[in-house]
Design a binder for this molecule. Structure first.
Ligand code: CA
Length: 448
């Protein structure tokens, strides 16, 4: 390891150890969800390795304070992990995506974590060593935490320039900015994953080349709003509640929600170190059952106000509830003369969406993320996508966990592919032929 990377590594580990907020499971207390009416209290939660037959009742899970983390937080707070035997789970706030990665590499034994919420395809980049100093750390992708709830925010200085869902009207304006030496600058908090891929997709669909017509940068999460305010950043690809806050704080407007760019799209995932899963397959399934129950709970409209209340807590998002409620109800004031959105189907969804299961980790979606990386030359074009997906995606464990938890058959996808996907601009992605998709795209870096 080079001197520089060693320093970065130690630095991020130190930051996360100090900055992490733990919420310990209530060992020995029955989860409230198992208490009903006048029936006697449930037996104390299982001991380590006992009761429900988990190999270990302990796990350390990382999260980033955005809506994609909701099922992990709710599973802990509402006792769903404990209900399935995982009585000693810690859900730990990570200061950045880089910290989540570094803490995962360290592992729980070293004070890090066993698994985390991740943008895609970060678990693949960790498994290949691409973002871990070329030291591969095998990973398993286990469950999708949510869909929707992301968007592209634009600074108010670009009001009225056509930077909306179909931004093709702004093509000339973007060229002018470049010619003046002040190219449109857009940011995300980790490269080559969801946020960058969404903004690249949106720009390219408008005929704007993200590699030549604009400037794309990675910005630490804590600096994003400040950079928008000072004008050093023109656009920001981000997750809720930030799109709503940018409007509420009159910093900018929303050009597009991801729910518009690709309705019912794959968003973020729960992934774990493969060594932990291989050693603890029953505990892994118990974690999945807890998250699945949380996802169902979160999607019940009557639980959304309580969801906002829990997330708003100091130990989680540390934000006012009234900032979290509108997006959780699918209410987005887009700004820039666009119609206001008020549709629960456009809100972050955790269990089911317009295309079926949100939670199920379709291999076809992993395939899209890796194909999109190839499109932008973030991965070599000869990458064996199928082999990587087959090695990393553990939809088999999701299925087993769902069956054991008594999930209705209708809610357990039968296929590993969700089939052909359609984007707002009419582009289609057939997971059985990613090359055809790449060929169909006008703006790309890969030569196909
Ligand atoms: Ca996201």
């Amino acid at each position: 390891m080079s001197q520089l990377s060693r320093r970065r590594f130690l630095f991020s580990a130190g930051v996360s150890a100090v900055g992490a907020v733990a919420l310990k499971g209530c060992v020995g207390n029955p989860p409230s969800s198992t208490q009903t009416g006048s029936s006697p209290p449930a037996a104390p939660a299982v001991n380590v390795g006992g009761g429900q037959g988990v190999e270990t009742a302990t796990a350390r899970i990382g999260y980033i304070p955005i809506f994609e983390a909701t099922p992990l937080i709710i599973a802990q707070v509402k006792g769903f992990f404990a209900k399935y035997g995982m009585t000693d789970v810690q859900v730990l706030k990570q200061s950045s995506w880089g910290s989540a990665r570094d803490n995962l590499v360290i592992g729980a034994a070293g004070g890090g974590i066993d698994g985390s919420q991740f943008q895609m395809p970060m678990p693949y980049f960790i498994a290949s060593g691409k973002i871990t100093d070329n030291k591969p750390l095998p990973m398993y992708v286990l469950l999708q935490t949510s869909t929707h709830g992301n968007g592209i925010a634009i600074s108010d200085k670009h009001l009225g320039k056509g930077l909306n869902l179909d931004a093709s009207k702004a093509k000339g304006y973007i060229s002018e900015l470049k010619a003046k030496g002040t190219p449109f600058t857009a940011a995300y908090t980790f490269p080559a994953a969801n946020q960058e891929l969404w903004i690249r997709y949106w720009l390219a669909a408008a005929g704007i080349d993200p590699d030549n017509d604009v400037k794309l940068i990675t910005v630490p999460p804590a600096q994003t709003v400040a950079n928008m305010k000072t004008g050093t950043m023109d656009g920001f690809s981000t997750g809720d509640p930030w799109p709503y806050r940018i409007l509420a704080e009159k910093i900018g407007f929303m050009s597009a929600l991801t729910a518009q760019i690709w309705p019912n799209h794959p968003e973020e995932y729960f992934a774990m170190r493969a060594d932990w899963v291989d050693k603890n397959p029953k505990s892994t399934k118990a974690l999945l059952k807890g998250i699945m129950e949380a996802q169902q709970w979160c999607d019940d409209p009557k639980n959304r106000p309580e969801t906002a209340k829990i997330l708003a807590g100091r130990e989680f998002f540390n934000l006012a509830e009234d900032i979290l409620n509108p997006p959780l109800q699918g209410k987005y004031a887009m700004g820039d003369g666009q119609p206001t959105i008020d549709d629960a189907k456009m809100s972050p969804l955790f269990w089911k969406d317009g295309k079926g299961s949100v939670s199920y980790p379709y291999k076809s979606h992993d395939t899209w993320f890796l194909t999109e990386n190839i499109r932008w030359a973030m991965l070599p074009e000869d990458t064996d996508v199928k082999a990587l997906v087959d090695k990393t995606n553990r939809e088999d464990l999701w299925r087993e966990a769902a069956k054991e938890a008594g999930i209705a058959d209708a809610d357990i996808p039968k296929e590993t592919s969700r089939g052909v996907e359609k984007f707002f601009d009419g582009t289609t992605f057939d997971p059985s032929d990613p090359t055809a998709y790449l060929k169909s795209l006008k703006i790309k870096k890969v030569k196909v």
